[in-house]
Design a protein around this ligand. Structure first.
Ligand code: DOR
Ligand code: ZN
Length: 329
C-alpha cells in the first residue's frame, strides 16, 4: 500500500547548528515541505541578523530539497521597530520561561515585563509560540502554566498563541476554551508515559521536556489527535543531542525523532484506523491555523517494514533498533 501526503509540515523542530545541523537537517528536509525552527541555539536567535544567518545556514544543509525553514525569534523584550523589520522573516516568536529546558537561560523570568512586546505582536499579527511549563513539581508544570496561557489568551484575543508540545489532559481541555489558541503535539507524547522513561531501567533517550505524563494524559492527547481536532498540529520537537550528553550524569532533555517521524505517525494512525486524518494533522490544520503558504511537495510512504538504525552518527534516534511498518519511498 502507498500513502501520499501533501506538503507535510513539522511545526516544532530543533535543528541546532554547526556539524549537528548538517547531520540532522536532511532527515527533515527529505520528509517535510517545511518546519518551524526553534531558536534556542547557544547564542539565542534574537535579532533579524541572526534569523537571516541561521536560515541561510539551514538552507545550505538541505541541498536541493524543496523545504522551507519557518524561522522563529527567541522571545525577549522587542521594540515595535525591531518587530516591524523582522516580521516577514519569521513565523512567530518562541517564549521560554528562563531555565526551563535546553539553552533557555535567557528566557523570561518576569512575566509582568512581557506585556509591551505581546501588544506589539498582537498589533503586527506575529504568533506567540510558548514552552508552557512553570518551575513547580515536574509533573504539574504544564498544568500550572495554564494560568499564564489564560491571561495571555484573554488579554490579547487577536494574538495567535501556540501551546507547544502539550502533554496533559488539562492542556487539551484548555485548548477548547480559546479560539486564538492552538497546540502542537509530538509523536513521542502520543506513545509514552512516565513509566516508559523511568518506570523500569531509566531510558535517557526518552527523557524530554515536558516529561511524558500519566496514561490518562496520553489518552486525552490520543483521543484529541485521532478524532481530528483541527487546533492540534504535528510538531515533532525532535531534539538531537550527541550520545555523551544523553548517556551520562545530567542527561540532556530531548528525543531525536526526525528520522522516524512520518513512518511512525503513519503506523499509529493506521493502528487507530484513522489514516485519513494524518494529512490534516501533519499539514492542513497548520496551514489553516497559521494562514501559511507552503512549498508544494508530495511525500510518499509505503507499507514496507524497516528497522530503525541503532544510531545515526553520534545520535540515537527514537525507535532505535525497532521495526516500523511504514517507510519513506
Ligand atoms: O526535550 C526537550 N529538548 N525539550 C525542549 O523544550 C527543548 C529541547 C532541546 O532543545 O533539547
Ligand atoms: Zn522544543
Amino acid at each position: 500500500m502507498k500513502l501520499l501526503l501533501n506538503s507535510p509540515l513539522d511545526m516544532h523542530l530543533h535543528l541546532r547548528e554547526g556539524d549537528m545541523l548538517k547531520h540532522v537537517a536532511p532527515f527533515t528536509a527529505q520528509q517535510f515541505s517545511g518546519a518551524v525552527i526553534m531558536p534556542n541555539l547557544i547564542s539565542p536567535v534574537d535579532s533579524l541578523i541572526k534569523v537571516e544567518q541561521y536560515r541561510n545556514d539551514i538552507k545550505k544543509c538541505c541541498g536541493h530539497e524543496n523545504f522551507e525553514p519557518f524561522m522563529t525569534l527567541f522571545f525577549r523584550p522587542y521594540t515595535r521597530e525591531e518587530l516591524e523589520q523582522v516580521r516577514d522573516k519569521i513565523i512567530g516568536i518562541k517564549l521560554y520561561p528562563a531555565g526551563i529546558t535546553t539553552q533557555s537561560e535567557n528566557g523570561v523570568s518576569d512575566f509582568s515585563a512581557i506585556e509591551p512586546t505581546l501588544q506589539i505582536m498582537e498589533d503586527l499579527q506575529i504568533p506567540l509560540l510558548v514552552h508552557g511549563e512553570s518551575n513547580g513539581f515536574v509533573m504539574d508544570r504544564e498544568k500550572e502554566f495554564l494560568d499564564v496561557y489564560q491571561t495571555i489568551a484573554t488579554q490579547y484575543p487577536r494574538l495567535h498563541v501556540i501551546m507547544e508540545h502539550i502533554t496533559t489532559e488539562a492542556a487539551v481541555r484548555f485548548l477548547e476554551k480559546h479560539e486564538n489558541v492552538s497546540a502542537t503535539v509530538t509523536v513521542h507524547h502520543l506513545l509514552l508515559t512516565l513509566d516508559d522513561v523511568v518506570g523500569g531501567m531509566m531510558q535517557p533517550h526518552l527523557f524530554c521536556k515536558p516529561i511524558a505524563k500519566r496514561p490518562t494524559d496520553r489518552e486525552a492527547l490520543r483521543e484529541a489527535v485521532f478524532s481530528g481536532n483541527k487546533k492540534i498540529l504535528f510538531g515533532s520537537d525532535s531534539a538531537p543531542h550527541p550520545r555523551h550528553k544523553k548517556e551520562c550524569v545530567g542527561c540532556a532533555a530531548g528525543v531525536f525523532s526526525a528520522p522516524v517521524a512520518l513512518p511512525l505517525l503513519a503506523q499509529i494512525f493506521e493502528e487507530q484506523n484513522c489514516l485519513e486524518l494524518l494529512q490534516g494533522f501533519v499539514s492542513d490544520y497548520a496551514i489553516n491555523r497559521y494562514g501559511l503558504t507552503v512549498p508544494k511537495k508530495e511525500v510518499a510512504l509505503t507499507d514496507t517494514a524497516w528497522e530503525v538504525p541503532a544510531k545515526y552518527g553520534d545520535v540515537v534516534p527514537y525507535y532505535a533498533e525497532q521495526t516500523l511498518r511504514w517507510s519513506l519511498i
